[in-house]
Design a protein around this ligand. Structure first.
Ligand SMILES: [Fe+2]
Ligand SMILES: [Fe+2]
Length: 218
């Protein structure tokens, strides 16, 4: 039977977030080991403890609603976590900084999912007579938001480090850039030439575009 009562919808979504939190708690256990960056790894460890609190808080909300805590399979979070696992499997042996940068982004995806879930639940919870329900959900949301901030900052620091490290080898040999030009399609080259302000680019052949761009970069 379709849901007709908003309280029923609330319980359904509460079950969804309970399932998600349990999956996240497990995933964080793996991420702690996969992250090589100390701040990132410690962040995952810390958030794993918080995630256990989130599970407890959601269970308490069920109790306050007079219901048994029931998790509902959540394909949304499963998809996000699966995508992360797939990337790590496909990129085994990738440099640490690439993996860490990926993990910081994956953490952001998860946190945004949770933030959305709690924000939606709070819209209803804040209109319920029992104030503890909203309080518990708000406590979870606040920690998700803090984790989102932390992941964002680590990601920015890692991206800075990646730029600094990536620039090194190309500087010395000068030829590092030619490779990406010859791999580019004519449309891409045209785009690059326009961005670089090369005049007459639209009338150039592919090899002429490469030459003009190389001239610019030298
Ligand atoms: Fe959480
Ligand atoms: Fe979280």
């Amino acid at each position: 039977m379709p849901i007709a009562d908003p309280a029923e919808l609330f319980l359904e979504e509460l079950g969804d977030v309970l399932y998600a939190e349990r999956q996240i708690e497990k995933a964080l256990g793996k991420l702690v080991k996969q992250a090589q960056d100390a701040e990132l790894s410690e962040g995952f460890e810390h958030h794993r403890e918080e995630t256990r609190e989130h599970i407890g808080n959601v269970q308490q909300v069920f109790e306050l609603m007079g219901k048994r805590a029931r998790a509902k399979k959540c394909p949304g979070i499963e998809g996000i976590l699966e995508e992360g696992e797939e990337f790590l499997k496909e990129n085994e042996g990738a440099p640490e900084r690439i993996v860490d940068l990926f993990l910081a982004g994956a953490a952001l995806r998860v946190e945004h999912y949770e933030i959305a879930a709690y924000t939606a639940l709070l819209a209803q919870a804040e209109r319920m007579p029992e104030p503890r329900i909203a309080e518990l959900l708000r406590a979870n949301l606040a920690q998700e938001e803090k984790m989102e901030q932390a992941a964002r900052q680590v990601g920015q620091r890692l991206a800075d480090a990646a730029v600094a490290a990536g620039a090194e080898p190309a500087r010395g040999n000068g030829g590092g850039l030619d490779g990406d030009l010859s791999d580019a399609t004519k449309d891409e080259l045209l785009e690059m030439a326009k961005e670089a302000g090369i005049t007459g680019a639209s009338r150039m052949r592919k090899d002429e575009l490469v030459e003009a761009l190389q001239g610019q970069r030298r």
